[in-house]
Design a binder for this molecule. Structure first.
Ligand SMILES: Nc1ncnc2c1ncn2[C@@H]1O[C@H](COP(=O)(O)OP(=O)(O)O)[C@@H](O)[C@H]1O
Ligand SMILES: [Mg+2]
Length: 269
């Protein structure tokens, strides 16, 4: 499945969707919270970054329809590193895309950081993703006309971080994934593993609260894979970030807080 990272571009920060769009949990007994907000806040109140209920997804192949996800219920606590494990074709990318609000499921609901996203208009989902979510695409989706540095810098710019601060943060992000000597390279001159690390640095731009990483170690050697997964873990520990990483790579499972096994359209733990 190929999604364009540019998919995120057009709806950057519409004026009606500033930080205030993300509601925080009300204090117990608050009389000022409208009833309509209560279901939206369930996840945050329970300390969950993601609450998914009854997620099903049907695809069409020629004349035939098939179910790739068949009723997934999932609660992912804030500040944890979760691994979604399963063989190729089982539906990992589909599930990640649904949980991040990129795809709409055939049925079911997703609450992301306390906000029910399933019924939100696309413009509001885009804005929520831009402000709160980093997504490492399986196929990297780097912008080929921009250098490594510019790819990361653009992500920061889209999040409202400009000038010398953006340049400083881009440098730090790329240094963290051991790419300090590749700033001026275009993506076509990079190895698969290097592209993957640029995609990871870009997903971390602006310190998202939620990171979805689709096979983020598939092109990496053990050392760089360990660096990346350790970085994810550090973000969960030090910054309360939540990371959901899809993989069929078992090397880094010991670093995860929980492993979710996807099998026949269901999570079997
Ligand atoms: N848009 C689509 N239309 C039809 N089939 C799709 C679509 N997206 C994914 N699929 C199919 O759904 C299955 C699961 O895909 P995917 O979620 O990419 O699996 P994984 O990430 O675990 O390898 C695959 O058989 C894939 O071909
Ligand atoms: Mg996949």
């Amino acid at each position: 499945m190929k999604q364009s990272w540019l998919h995120w571009l057009p709806l950057w920060q519409p004026p009606s969707l500033g930080k205030s769009a993300i509601k925080t949990a009300p204090s117990a007994g608050s009389r000022t919270t409208p009833d309509t907000l209560v279901p939206m806040l369930t996840g945050v109140a329970s300390g969950a970054a993601i609450v998914a209920s009854g997620i099903t997804m049907q695809f069409q192949a020629g004349e035939e329809r098939f179910w790739i996800l068949q009723g997934i219920d999932l609660e992912i606590p804030c500040g944890s590193l979760q691994v979604l494990l399963g063989p190729s074709g089982v539906g990992k990318t589909t599930l990640l895309s649904i949980l991040a609000g990129i795809l709409t499921p055939t049925a079911g609901t997703v609450i992301l950081l306390g906000r029910s996203i399933t019924a939100l208009p696309e413009c509001q989902r885009s804005s929520l993703r831009l402000q709160q979510v980093g997504f490492v695409f399986q196929e990297f989706n780097l912008i080929s006309a921009l250098t490594v540095f510019e790819n990361v810098q653009l992500a920061l710019t889209m999040k409202g971080i400009h000038g010398s601060i953006a340049r400083q943060q881009a440098r730090e992000l790329l240094n963290q994934v051991n790419l300090s000597d590749k700033f001026d390279q275009l993506p076509r001159r990079l190895s698969g593993g290097e592209k993957q690390r640029v995609a990871i640095a870009r997903a971390l731009a602006g310190k998202p609260r939620l990171i979805f990483a689709d096979e983020p170690t598939s092109a990496l050697d053990s050392q760089n894979g360990y660096t990346v997964v350790s970085l994810f873990r550090q973000l969960t520990r030090n910054h309360g970030c939540t990371v959901l990483m899809a993989t069929h790579d078992q090397r880094f499972i010991p670093l995860a807080d929980r492993v979710l096994q996807l099998e026949d359209g269901r999570i079997v733990q």
